[in-house]
Design a protein around this ligand. Structure first.
Ligand code: SF4
Length: 267
């Protein structure tokens, strides 16, 4: 019933199995707020525009409404490209793959990654990911994020690149200087054989649990709830359903699938 898993699935499954059940099996996701919807659409348009640029199509070809936030879209893309010429230079013998999807079969589940841009050199592979939300302050969170672990894992499993030949770079395209001047910032995570094995183990453990929980679910047993002391429930919109809180609000865990979805845009 559920065999294709992205980093968003793994993130939610790890955070709270019951919330994963509500979101992906019961399909009970709450509608997005207007702000979340606007952020998602902006991110989607940005990704489309970057793909068009990579294909050599004119940037103006994208139809964007004349609302204030969208007005920043084209300048953001232009500034990003102009201030990072090395990143966007086409060089002979170097493969560039935009919105590149790869899947890897683990325990019967198809783990899926969509690389915003994959730059494939003879001995190194660079995964690039455009982030249209603010750069997180907690970089340890980003390092442990499932996307940071899963994207290089899938590339190492499905190509001849060794783990230490792979890196993942996030570009926070709407970052600003302290003075408020737009200045995209990047953060690179190298990969290694040790990380690869640790990720393999973490995936195996999570998928073993998922298989058991899916089996139980079919027998009428719900997925487990996250321990209350972890503090996620007060900010979860399923609090009432779970009898864990009274007043659902939209923050932290509520944002997990929505923000992640921005990076999962399928073209
Ligand atoms: S209220 Fe708590 S246990 Fe229930 S889905 Fe939300 S985070 Fe999970």
């Amino acid at each position: 019933m559920l065999n294709q898993l992205s980093q968003s699935h793994l993130t939610l499954l790890e955070a709270c199995p019951r919330r994963f059940q509500h979101a992906y099996l019961d399909q009970l996701m709450h509608p997005m707020t207007r702000e979340q919807q606007a952020a998602l659409e902006w991110g989607n348009r940005f990704h489309v525009m970057m793909q068009q640029r990579e294909l050599g199509l004119p940037l103006q070809a994208i139809d964007t409404p004349a609302e204030s936030d969208d007005a920043a879209l084209l300048p953001t893309v232009q500034q990003f490209v102009q201030t990072n010429p090395d990143l966007f230079a086409v060089q002979p013998g170097i493969g560039r793959y935009s919105e590149h999807r790869r899947t890897c079969n683990v325990q019967g589940y198809l783990l899926t990654a969509v690389y915003d841009l994959l730059i494939a050199r003879e001995t190194t592979a660079e995964i690039l990911d455009w982030k249209t939300y603010p750069k997180p302050k907690d970089l340890r969170w980003l390092a442990q994020n499932w996307q940071t672990r899963l994207y290089p894992f899938i590339l190492a499993e499905t190509t001849n690149y060794a783990p230490d030949q792979i890196s993942l770079t996030y570009w926070f395209v709407r970052a600003e200087t302290q003075e408020g001047t737009p200045q995209p910032q990047s953060l690179t995570f190298p990969y290694s054989a040790a990380q690869h094995e640790a990720t393999r183990e973490a995936i195996a453990q999570l998928l073993n649990q998922l298989t058991q929980w899916l089996h139980d679910y079919e027998a009428g047993i719900p997925f487990p709830q996250v321990p209350e002391e972890e503090g996620l429930c007060p900010n979860c919109s399923f609090g009432t359903r779970c009898q864990r809180n009274i007043q659902p609000s939209r923050s932290s865990i509520d944002l997990i699938p929505d923000v992640a979805a921005i990076e999962e845009v399928s073209l």
